[in-house]
Write a protein that binds this ligand. Structure first.
Ligand code: ZN
Length: 268
């Protein structure tokens, strides 16, 4: 797996069609028409038309005190509670038509964007037996910032508990080098954790581990006996972190699946 491309291409898709898109927009072609020219049509696709959060003015953070003595004040001490650190007004609408922001940041890299979508749908299919209902739509967001993106509940907490608590003695050292590898990347991005999980999954598969009936953790046990995948070896289960890393590598971000909608993000 090419991790150098993952680090270097972070949030920077290959925008091969930027000149063409700009030319069409300059001719007053409607943004959604330009989108369809470059990306084609997919009825499952929607677009978040983001406006700036009025509380944090789009920054996603608020000033506050870092410590309980109230002496260390910082301008970015807290994430904004109104927009959940995205910098976008929560009332921003999701529409079937693309706006200029989506054309310039996503459709200008049509090959990468289509591959990102394919990987996102693949993730959704992989996660279904883990208890994540299969989504029906996909929404693209091209404004604000992404904050702690990743795979959805109940999948991600279960797997993290399994790999790094239940199997801590066996897997905790796996992929620790990634935490250093991504040094300098914004801390509110998660590619290093996803790279580590991808490798931990591969390691579990190579060692013949199966999904256990219970996960032992610090506060007790999580009963997995009724889970549909109990007893299945990891070597037979597709690794969702592989397509997740592919999306990072393409320069886009898989933010999650919420209420039947896949969320994809593109930075400016
Ligand atoms: Zn805000």
């Amino acid at each position: 797996m090419d991790h150098a491309r993952l680090r270097d291409g972070l949030l920077r898709p290959s925008r091969t069609h930027l000149a063409e898109a700009r030319e069409l927009l300059a001719e007053s072609t409607a943004p959604d028409t330009v989108w369809r020219t470059l990306m084609g049509h997919d009825p499952r696709r929607t677009f978040l038309h983001g406006s700036r959060c009025t509380k944090c003015r789009g920054g996603g953070t608020e000033g506050g005190y870092h410590d309980s003595d109230l002496t260390e004040w910082g301008p970015d001490a807290w994430t904004c509670g109104r927009c959940r650190a995205t910098g976008l007004d929560p009332s921003s609408p999701t529409l079937p038509e693309a706006a200029e922001q989506h054309v310039l940041t996503i459709a200008t890299a049509p090959e990468a964007a289509r591959q990102a979508e394919e990987n996102a749908w693949r993730i959704a299919t992989i996660l279904e037996p883990w208890g994540v209902p299969h989504p029906e739509r996909l929404v693209w967001r091209a404004a604000g910032r992404t904050y702690l993106p990743g795979l959805p509940d109940p999948f991600q907490p279960t797997v993290n508990l399994l790999f790094f608590t239940h199997w801590k003695a066996d897997l905790d050292s796996v992929g620790k080098e990634f935490l250093k590898f991504f040094e300098g990347s914004p801390t509110h991005l998660n590619p290093h954790h996803h790279a580590r999980n991808q490798l931990a999954w591969e390691t579990a598969a190579q060692r013949g581990y199966t999904v256990p009936e219970k996960i032992v953790h610090y506060n007790g046990e999580k009963d997995m006996s009724t889970h549909p995948l109990v007893g299945r070896p990891f070597s037979e289960l597709p690794n969702p972190y592989t397509p997740l890393l592919d999306i990072w590598r393409l320069g886009f971000v898989f933010e999650g699946i919420t209420k039947g909608v896949i969320q994809l993000y593109a930075a400016k």
